[in-house]
Write a protein that binds this ligand. Structure first.
Ligand SMILES: Cc1cc2nc3c(=O)[nH]c(=O)nc-3n(C[C@H](O)[C@H](O)[C@H](O)COP(=O)(O)OP(=O)(O)OC[C@H]3O[C@@H](n4cnc5c(N)ncnc54)[C@H](O)[C@@H]3O)c2cc1C
Length: 400
């Protein structure tokens, strides 16, 4: 039997960072990866550009996470400065884009993965090794023994990257409901005629949950940052568990197409503009409020003739127009499951020490990354979880 001080299971960003951190204090670390290469999901991240983290000040950053109290210690232990310096020391610099999103200057996730792999010099890496059992002691797959184990097997989405629901049963650690996160939504209505069109800075809502941002129409429904962030909130309030059943979706979401103007503002503006610009056609007037290529679809949906001159729009039509500008609805039939970027739910945080990432139920067993009940919105927030919890787990396990 091969013996190690620390075995890290899963070679994604959380497991790689855990192995790097552990190897700073221990020369006897093994990283076990099911695939023939490391970091498949990391390579896909940010559309291949890798939105590696988010550069908001740490307190603001923590505020975006539902589990901010749990994450606090790991974020303060392994800061963005520490993360980025790992790469900068090897010549890879970073750029900041809107909403404080950080990308490598080369815009290649492969460069991020290559540098991380460089730091694994003193770690034994076993590829094509799927962990199927962890017995007491810890005996892994009946032939590897480790004093401490760090589980970093990720969530369930994009199974082609190595994720699997089976991993939640590798240990007896309690697991919360497992759900889709950051998923586009499938609409009842066929939107292929407007696929590719973006609505900028609108507000999407589901019940009392609201998210501001861009919405993109796809052939099967709605996507874009505002929609996929809203999908997290939808998933959180729906009761389902992918380890047992699929969600059944049948509800409405609404888009406020003019979030900067209230209904009263619009009434006032329309009353004055419709008199002053009486000869302007409705479809031309609406360019002031809507993405040009969306106007025809919008007017068709609400049964208004775009060729109508403003002076001829009657009160009822004006009211319908305002109501739909403020609340344009779509019926949703499903999450676009194949494109869900993260998993909501995971190993229950109630049984994990946030200062070390060690299980409070099984000593010397640690967890890191998406396998835990941790998730954030789109914008570099999920890799941030993986790197910070991975580092803390690796450090804690090697210092114990
Ligand atoms: C398309 C896409 C784009 C994304 N873009 C971004 C982005 O730009 N920014 C951002 O912050 N987040 C992004 N995310 C989310 C982010 O990639 C994940 O949150 C992150 O990869 C989670 O890291 P992890 O190490 O916990 O899990 P994973 O990256 O899933 O890694 C888990 C690893 O464990 C291995 N493994 C699993 N089970 C076993 C087993 N039993 N035995 C051995 N090995 C096993 C897997 O093969 C895999 O290599 C994106 C996700 C997707 C799907």
């Amino acid at each position: 039997m091969d013996e190690y001080e620390i075995a890290v299971i899963g070679g994604g960003p959380a497991g790689i960072m855990a192995a790097i951190a552990a190897s700073q204090n221990s020369s006897n670390v093994i990283l076990l990866e099911k695939n023939s290469s490391l970091g498949r999901k990391l390579l896909m991240s940010g559309g291949g550009r890798c939105n590696i983290t988010n550069q908001k000040p740490i307190k603001k950053l923590l505020n975006v996470y539902p589990q901010k109290n749990f994450l606090k210690h790991s974020f303060f232990t392994f800061t963005n400065e520490m993360l980025l310096s790992i790469f900068e020391d090897k010549g890879l610099n970073f750029i900041e884009e809107d909403d404080n999103r950080i990308f490598p200057e080369s815009e290649k996730s492969k460069d991020v993965l290559n540098i991380l792999t460089d730091y694994l010099d003193s770690v034994v890496i076993s590829y094509n090794l799927e962990v199927k059992s962890i017995e007491r002691g810890f005996i892994i797959n009946d032939n590897i023994k480790a004093d401490k184990v760090i589980v970093a097997t990720g969530g369930i989405t994009y199974p082609q990257t190595g994720c699997s629901p089976d991993n939640y049963f590798l240990t007896s650690q309690p697991v919360t409901d497992i759900k889709y996160g950051l998923a586009p939504l499938i609409t009842k209505k066929d939107l292929s005629s407007i696929a590719g069109i973006t609505l900028f800075d609108v507000v999407v809502s589901y019940k009392k949950h609201k998210v501001k941002g861009n919405v993109l129409f796809s052939h099967v429904g709605l996507t874009g940052p505002a929609i996929i962030n809203l999908s997290n909130e939808i998933s959180e309030v729906l009761t389902y568990n992918l380890l047992e059943n699929e969600p059944k979706l049948d509800f409405e979401i609404a888009i406020d197409l003019c979030p900067n103007l209230s209904r009263d503002d619009l009434h006032e503006k329309f009353n004055s503009d419709f008199q002053l610009k009486g000869k302007t056609m409705l479809k031309n007037y609406l360019k002031m409020f809507l993405t040009n290529s969306f106007i025809e679809f919008f007017l068709n949906e609400i049964n208004l003739d775009g060729e109508l001159q403003l002076s001829r729009v009657n009160k009822k039509s004006k009211n319908r127009l305002i109501e739909n500008l403020k609340r344009f609805t779509f019926e949703i039939t499903d999450f676009n499951k194949d494109l869900a970027k993260v998993t909501i739910g995971g190993v229950d945080l109630d049984n994990i020490n946030p200062k070390t990432m060690e299980s409070t139920l099984i000593p010397n067993l640690y967890f890191a990354g998406e396998v835990l009940d941790l998730h954030g919105p789109t914008g570099g927030y999920n890799l941030k979880i993986a790197f910070s919890t991975g580092y803390l787990a690796g450090m804690s396990a090697s210092e114990k």
